[in-house]
Ligand binder design. Structure first.
Ligand code: GTP
Ligand code: MG
Length: 201
């Protein structure tokens, strides 16, 4: 898929203020600093579309980016950020879970996982929650430029093993690097396929 246009539309914490044009959207979620905003920039080939930072906790709102005037990429805040207070974490969880469970336009959730880490409880729990709620999701391993392919394969195998304890089959799995742009075509083609299927029905 070719990205001709990518424009920022709106940031907010209120579902009622999200776009109402009914276009399909794809949300990026995962722990703080895992590379959600960077991946959105990599996919759209725009360096500063989504704000990134070396420090966790950069993205705080639900951010809609309109792509080719046809569909949205949605950048979400990270979960599991230790430095936020309990109250703001609870509030955060509320608006994110409300967004994920009520947004009819949500075509797929990309759950980002740091490819350098072994399976993390918080990520496994989040994916179980998606399963319970019947939300479609894919696993996206990030930052693969930061480890050897042997180490990557080892972590992927561990993750698959862990997931298969809970699931009969694995969701789609992607490996990406926002630095080298590895995985860009495959992920965009996957989105394009979902868009096509939705237009058929
Ligand atoms: P929050 O908004 O705080 O939840 O973080 P985020 O998940 O949006 O992460 P962000 O995209 O801001 O990236 C965090 C840090 O990781 C930045 O310093 C990025 O440059 C770096 N980073 C992200 N993706 C990659 C990658 O594929 N490779 C490398 N080497 N660094 C990456
Ligand atoms: Mg971010």
């Amino acid at each position: 898929m070719i990205i001709k246009e990518a424009e920022f539309v709106i940031s907010n914490t209120e579902i009622s203020k999200c776009p109402t044009d009914g276009k399909a959207e794809y949300a990026f979620i995962g722990r703080s600093n895992v590379g959600k905003s960077s991946l959105i920039n990599m996919l759209t080939d725009r360096k500063k579309l989504a704000k990134t930072s070396g420090r966790p906790g950069k993205t705080q709102l639900i951010n809609h980016f309109l792509i080719n005037k046809e569909w949205y990429l949605v950048d979400l805040p990270g979960y599991g950020y230790a430095k936020v207070s309990k109250t703001s974490r609870a509030m955060f969880e509320k608006f994110i879970s409300e967004y994920l469970t009520t947004r009819k336009e949500l075509a797929n959730i990309f759950v980002l996982l740091d490819s350098r880490l072994e399976p993390q409880k918080i990520d496994l729990e989040f994916m179980s929650w998606c399963g319970e709620k019947g939300l479609p999701f894919s696993m996206v391993f990030t930052k693969i430029d930061k480890l050897s392919s042997t180490a990557l394969q080892k972590n992927l195998a561990k993750y698959k093993k862990e997931m298969l304890k809970q699931w009969e089959e694995l969701p789609p799995v992607f490996t990406t690097s926002s630095d080298s742009k590895f995985g860009r075509e495959r992920l965009l083609n996957y989105i394009e396929q979902i868009n096509l299927n939705m237009n058929k029905t």
